[in-house]
Design a protein around this ligand. Sequence first.
Ligand SMILES: Cc1ncc(COP(=O)(O)O)c(C=O)c1O
Length: 462
Amino acid sequence: MDRKILLQEKDIPRQWYNLAADLPTPPLPPLGPGGKPISPEMLAPVFPMNIIEQEVSTQRWIPIPEEVLDMLYRWRPAPLRRAVYLERHLKTPARIYYKDESTSPPGSHKPNTAVPQAWYNKQFGIKRLTTETGAGQWGSALAFACKLIGLECKVFMVRISFDQKPFRKLMMQVWGANCVASPSNETNAGRKILAEMPDTPGSLGIAISEAIEQAVTDPKGQTRYSLGSVLNHVMLHQTIIGQEAKAQLKSINEKTPDVIIGCAGGGSNFAGLAFPFTADKINGAKIDIIPVEPTACPKMTKGPFVYDFGDTACTTPLLAMFSLGHAFVPAPIHAGGLRYHGMAPLVCQAIVEGLHTPRAIDQIECYKAAMTWAQTEGAICAPETSHAVAAAIQEANKAKEEGKEKVILFNYSGHGLMDLSGYDAYLSGKLSPYSLPDDEIRKAGETLKGFPPAAKNKSGKW
Ligand SMILES: Cc1ncc(COP(=O)(O)O)c(C=O)c1O
C-alpha cells in the first residue's frame, strides 16, 4: 500500500478538460444589460481576448502552453496521498485518498489558474492585474504568478480576512503586490458601501466590484481584472487536478472512486477535481460527487437557481447560478473563501442535471474534523478545506455503517498555516454553530425579484 502516489513531470497533463463540451444540457448563457446574451466583445474591457475565447469555448480539450507548464512544474504534478492514519482512526473499510494541493508555493490550488491567467494577460500586452481575495489564498496566488511573469498586481482583500490574516497580506507584499482592505476609499463602489455600512466585514461581492472598477477605469487601457473562481476558464485551468488524480489512481490499479468531494466557495477546486470524473459519470460510471459549503452561506443547498450578478455593484453580466443574492453579506466565518453568494455556472448546471449533489456542513463540525485530521494525518488544513475533510469523514463513517469498501477521493485545497486565528477561536470556545436562518434566505431571495428567470433544463438521466 502506498501512502504517496506520485507522477513524474513527464506525465503531467498537457491539456485542460472542458466540461462544457460534455454536459448533456448546456449551461444558460450570461446575460448583459437588457437581458440579452452577452457577446465576447462585451467582456473585452475586463478580460483579454485570449481568456475570453476560453471562457466561451465548448472545445473538449484545450492545450496547456509549454511556458505555462514550465511554471507549473514548480509544484506539479501534485501528490495524491492515502489518508491511512485517518482510516485507522475511524476504523473504516473505506480507502480515503486526497489530492494535496497545499504543496504549491502560496499553499493552495489557486496558482493552477493564477499562472495561466497572468501568462495570457502578458501575451495580450497587459501590464497590471487587479483582483479580489477572500481568505487571501487567491490574492497571494495571483501576486506569486504576476511576479513570475512580470505584471503589476493589485489586490482588494475582504476587510474581515485582512484583519484576521495579516500574514497573507505580507505574503502578497513579498511577491510584490499591493494589497488593500475592501471596501476601500480607492473606488466609487468602495466609498459608497463605506458611507452606507462603515463597519461592514466586507464580502467577495464588494471586493470584486472594486477590482473590476479599477481595471476598467485605467486611462491607458493596460489593466485587466482576474477572477480566482466561478468563471468557466478558471474551472478549466483547475482540471489538471482531476486528470492527475485519475492517472495516479490508475497507476496503483485503484478503482474509480465511489465518492468525490471538494469544498466549494466559487467552485474551482471542487470542479478541478470533479469535472474529469463527471465526464465518467456522464458516460455511465456510478460516482457520488459532492460539493461542500458552509451552513452559514448555503447557496447550493438552499439558494434559488436564478440569474444574478457576480458582484455587489452589479457590474458583471448576469450569471445563471444558485445564489443568495449579490447584496448578501455572509456571517464572518473563518472559511473566508467560502463566503461567496453565488456558484460557478458550470457546477450549477451539473447540480441541476443531478450529476453533483451539494451538502452543507456547520463550522463546528468542520473544525472538529480539521482537528481530527491534524491529530491523525498531521497537517493543518485551511478552514475552507476542513469542509471537504468533514464530508470525507461523514462518508467514511457511512461506509463503516454499511460495511462497504468504498473509495473516497477528496481535494485537499490548501494548508491552514496562515489561518491559525480560526483554530484559536475554535480552541478557546469562541465559535458557535451557525446556519443561515430561513428568514434571511427568504430576504436574500427578495432582492432578486424582477431578475430574468433561470430555467432548470435537464436531461432527466440522473
Ligand atoms: C484553501 C481554499 N480552498 C477553497 C477555496 C474556495 O474557492 P473555490 O471554491 O474557488 O475553490 C478557497 C478560496 O479562497 C481557498 O483558499
